[in-house]
Design a protein around this ligand. Structure first.
Ligand SMILES: [Fe+2]
Ligand SMILES: [Fe+2]
Length: 683
């Protein structure tokens, strides 16, 4: 009975013991300790969750075996500690080493793992643990790699870190230049800490397997582990591994190259962008320019048309100019013969009439009449076009149709029929062409009419004389008048030149209506300045006559331009600018007037050298020309033109002073001003 009691007590005790003591066989939860920093097997992700191959492995494990697992992530050294203290049943992802086999039993191998030496890029000649002697090598506490490396080189000095992250951080700080590490976690950390290109790695110096392990002699757990593992196919294990493996291995570009490449890409991108923008801008510009070009092309075409029209006009003007130049030379030749005292009167008048008819082409006939000494009879002494039989015909003064000014008379023969005796009229009619319109211009000298010049349009009722024709007639009347006047004067007093000059000038003034009286006044102003300067008499005279003749060359400028009631265009102005040289040429035709000609040539030069025709300046301009310049300008300022009013004398003085030293000789301005002021006093 006593034995039975003891047996029951023992049985109860054993039952209680069995019930109370935790037994791996009976345990519902397997406690697995693992390195919390062993990516990609176990690591804490950014959200603070434990993730990795091992985590997935154990989940799958629970599904496959129905055995619950509690994962305990700790530092690696702590994991070992816990195994020794038996506060965990399994240690995960562990290499098998002889030292560990003393206190742990290992499962079958699960994964293969290589380990290498990692060293800063600037270090050379590390290829195995044998080369590590000169360095302090970073390593994880309790890492199997310590023993493995020491087995190859016992002189390595290590610096221990709690985990892989600490090692890599220390490397980044420059605390260590070399460390040894399993390749998968090393890769992961180098990427994470952006050190992939600052550290090189050797070929693996050891290849190991990852196991699970339990305490030495814990056969039950070991059996559970191995039977659980046998439920995993190799493919499943590979899939787990693939899911986390960071495959940065392979081509390792140096950072500078990457930087260079990225800068190059950036550069190329910028260049492309700039080119693109440039292209856009250019395209826009081209579009605008094209539009403008098309517009300006059209404008150009229009301008071209205009230019062509202008050109034609200009050509016409030049033709006119040439023609009139020819005529003028002929006239001049003829006129210059005036000075020859023995010139034949009839020849001279014939020449003059011929010239006049060429100048007024619409006139096909012309005649010259002279009033006899008795002042009663008017004798036809020269005719062209009509029969020469008319020469010598004498009209009574009251029978002659005329006026004090040139006039245009229509159907003069009808009127003649009314006032002339029938016989006389018949003789006239028989020897005349049929006349439809006539200009009758008086020949006047010193306010006395001493004859007439006439021009006739023959048998053409559609053609009529105009104002210009009247002016030309007036001009020729002056030439003829001057011939007689000069001849008579010359015969009497031997003074030829002065009258010729005056005559020529007057001729010009009829040609250019704006300069009427201009030459005369310019000559007088010039004379006053010359007198103030106390120049000798000869020089003073020359300046005076130069004043008279200075613009005579304007005869070569087409009349339409000279008499234009507005400002000149550039082309027109260029034509006007030839007149000083033409004046000079004309005056040079007359003997002994070379000096006057020179004064005339330069009357549009300016003190500052900006004048024409030679751009002379300062004292290079002849004194006479400088005097003329100022006299000419003053006369122009104080005269009225269609496009400007006349300046008052005070305004003219201001203008002279304003242009002193630029247009005018400053000394001469002073003199001119004093001359004007004196004149002001006399009024
Ligand atoms: Fe002039
Ligand atoms: Fe002038």
């Amino acid at each position: 009975m006593q034995r039975f009691k003891i047996a029951i007590i023992i049985a109860v005790f054993i039952a209680v013991l069995l019930f109370i003591l935790p037994s791996p066989l009976l345990a519902r939860t397997l406690r697995v300790v693992l390195d919390r920093d062993y990516p990609p097997f176990t690591y804490i992700d950014k959200s603070g969750n434990l993730v990795g191959i091992s985590v997935d492995f154990w989940k799958l494990w629970e599904e496959k075996t129905g055995i619950d697992v509690k994962l305990i992530p700790v530092e690696w050294a702590k994991a070992h500690q816990m195994m020794i203290e038996r506060s965990a049943d399994v240690i995960d992802t562990i290499f098998k080493t002889p030292a560990r086999e003393d206190y742990l039993d290992f499962t079958n191998p699960i994964f293969r793992m290589t380990s290498s030496i990692y060293y800063r890029s600037n270090i050379k000649n590390i290829s195995s643990p044998k080369d590590l002697t000169p360095y302090v090598v970073g390593v994880k506490e309790k890492d199997a790699l310590i023993d493995i490396a020491l087995a190859q080189n016992s002189n390595i000095s290590f610096r221990l870190y709690k985990n892989y992250s600490d090692i890599v951080e220390a490397s980044k700080r420059g605390e260590i230049d070399v460390f040894i590490m399993d390749d998968l976690p090393a890769n992961y950390h180098l990427v994470r800490y952006d050190l992939l290109y600052e550290f090189k790695k050797t070929e693996p110096f050891t290849v190991n397997y990852i196991y699970l392990a339990t305490q030495k002699g814990n056969k039950e757990v070991l059996d559970i582990l191995n039977s659980g593992l046998s439920k995993f196919s190799q493919e499943e294990l590979n899939n787990l591994l693939k899911r986390y493996t960071v495959t940065v291995e392979g081509e390792r570009y140096p950072p500078w190259l990457l930087k260079l490449i990225s800068y190059a890409f950036l550069g190329i991108a910028i260049v492309i962008l700039v080119l693109f923008l440039f292209n856009r801008i250019l395209a826009k510009k081209v579009r605008i320019a094209t539009r403008e070009l098309i517009a300006s092309r059209e404008e150009l075409i229009a301008m071209n048309e205009e230019l062509r029209a202008n050109n034609e006009e200009l050509e016409e003007l030049y033709k006119q100019l040439e023609e009139s130049t020819g005529l003028i030379w002929k006239t001049l030749e003829t006129v210059s013969e005036i000075s020859m005292l023995d010139i034949d009167e009839r020849d001279f008048l014939e020449d003059i009439l011929n010239l006049a008819l060429q100048t007024i082409p619409k006139a096909k006939a012309g005649s010259i009449f002279i009033i006899d000494e008795n002042d009663e009879d008017i004798r036809l002494i020269k005719t062209i076009g009509h029969s020469k039989d008319l020469e010598g015909l004498v009209f009574k003064k009251e029978q002659f149709i005329a006026s004090n000014e040139p006039i245009i008379v229509k159907d003069i023969m009808d009127r003649n029929r009314e006032i002339l005796p029938p016989e006389f009229y018949k003789r006239l009619f028989d020897h005349s062409l049929i006349i439809s319109e006539t200009i009758v211009a008086p020949l006047v000298w010193q306010d006395k009419t001493f004859g007439y010049i006439t021009f006739d349009i023959v048998n053409d009722t559609d053609t009529h004389f105009n104002e210009t024709d009247l002016n030309i007639a007036r001009w020729f009347s002056i030439l003829v008048a001057s011939f007689y006047a000069v001849r008579n004067y010359a015969r009497r007093e031997g003074v030829i030149l002065n009258n010729l000059v005056i005559t020529l000038t007057k001729a010009l003034e009829y040609y250019d209506k704006y300069t009427r009286g201009h030459s005369d006044r310019v000559a007088r102003y010039a004379l006053k300045i010359a007198e103030r300067l106390n120049l000798d008499l000869e020089t003073t005279k020359k300046i005076y006559w130069a004043g008279y003749l200075h613009d005579i060359g304007k005869i070569f400028v087409p009349q339409d331009i000279l008499n234009k009631p507005g400002r000149f265009t550039e082309e027109e102005y260029n034509l006007v600018k030839i007149h000083p040289v033409k004046s000079e040429e004309l005056v040079l035709e007359i003997e002994d007037l070379a000096e006057i000609a020179r004064i005339i040539r330069h009357h549009h030069e300016r003190w500052d050298g900006k004048g024409y025709p030679d751009g002379l300046s300062d004292d290079d301009i002849p004194l006479g020309s400088r005097i003329l310049e100022i006299a000419d300008a003053f006369e122009a300022m104080t005269s009225k033109r269609p496009y400007k009013r006349a300046l008052t004398l005070k305004e003219a003085i201001e203008e002279l002073k304003r242009c002193s030293g630029t247009q005018f000789d400053p000394k001469l301005v002073e003199i001119m001003v004093s001359v004007i002021e004196e004149e002001l006093k006399t009024y």
